[in-house]
Write a protein that binds this ligand. Structure first.
Ligand code: NAD
Length: 290
């Protein structure tokens, strides 16, 4: 398949490389001067999109996606697919999809979970919004770049699924970290805390699969000095998108908002920038109630 790939950063680079390795003809474009093995590089986003059956975008935010969409949609042929894998606000995803559909294209929003490791290993999970026809064309590409693709409904629903999931993740990580810090002060050993909670009703992915306490549970970024993993900065981005969406539809999300405020302090006022999002535990360890 002829594929255009725009945005070849930490995630897009390895995803595009995996498509090329699988035998697809991938033409790439990035604003920065990057080279990816197996890709032919184009001089503009529109040139990368021209003649492609599917154009994939993997960009930093909704404003950039809108700008790139304005450039590439006129260059794409009727019936081709615009597949955005970036994490962006629901409104931008829906507006870009409407713009693509008006030009006779299929549009999918397909944000991912799995991070840079998942992108390199081809083990991402895609949460997909958009039409069935586009999903069926893109399916073979999801199978190369990832291990699972869930069709969540119409345009924007992929982004909705991603931010709802990550709102739960941010909140449960904070709850897990504050509970560990409380347990420390109560004299409860971390191993005992893990053994109880991971098999009791307080269990979660944050505790069981990504335990924020070093040396406890399965290997996680806590065992590697809280090098990300999933950076607190990216968690903050996703929590902000969740609150932006909640405001747009008048949804009451008090815990999501509290999680967003805490990660904002952690990243912007404390030492959280560039650290894994589970480094909330050392943050709580050193604090009292005041
Ligand atoms: P990145 O900053 O490494 O890559 C973005 C790339 O887009 C850069 O190479 C940049 O030069 C390029 N770019 C920016 N504006 C452009 C333009 N107008 N035209 C062409 N290229 C342009 O970011 P990333 O980590 O690869 O993340 C990409 C997306 O994936 C984001 O939306 C992010 O939230 C999401 N995401 C990231 C992770 C992760 O762990 N890094 C995990 C899940 C989802």
């Amino acid at each position: 398949m002829k594929i255009g790939f725009i945005g070849l950063g930490n995630m897009g680079g390895p995803m595009a490389a995996n498509l090329a390795k699988a035998g697809h003809e991938v033409t790439g474009f990035d604003m920065a001067d990057v080279k990816i093995e197996g890709l032919r590089m184009a001089g503009s986003a529109a040139a990368a999109a021209k003649e492609a059956r599917v154009v994939i975008t993997m960009l930093p935010n909704g404003d950039i996606l809108r700008k790139v969409a304005d450039e590439i949609i006129p260059a794409m042929g009727t019936g081709t697919v615009l597949l955005d894998c970036s994490t962006v606000d629901v409104e931008s995803a829906r507006d870009v999809a409407a713009q693509a559909q008006a030009a006779g294209l299929s549009a999918l929003d397909a944000p991912v979970s799995g991070g840079v490791g998942g992108a390199a290993g081809g083990t991402l999970t895609f949460m997909v919004g958009g039409d069935e026809a586009g999903f069926n064309i893109a399916k073979e590409l999801f199978d190369i770049m990832g291990q699972k693709a869930v069709h969540c409904g119409p345009s924007g629903n992929g982004q909705a699924a991603k931010i709802c999931n990550n709102m739960i993740l941010g909140a449960t990580m904070i709850a897990t970290c504050e509970a560990f810090a409380l347990a420390d002060k109560l004299g409860l050993e971390r191993q005992a805390m893990f053994d109880v909670v991971s098999t009791s009703s307080g269990y979660s992915w944050s505790m069981n699969a990504y335990c924020p306490a070093p040396g406890i549970g399965p290997k996680s970024p806590a065992d590697n000095g809280y090098q990300p993993g999933f950076a607190a900065d990216l968690m903050l981005k996703d929590l902000r998108l969740s609150q932006q969406a909640a405001e747009a539809v008048d949804a009451d999300t008090p815990i999501g908002r509290a999680a967003c405020d805490l990660y904002a302090d952690f990243v912007e006022k404390e030492d959280g920038k560039g650290r894994d999002f589970s480094a909330m535990l050392p943050r709580f360890e050193t604090r009292g109630r005041g």
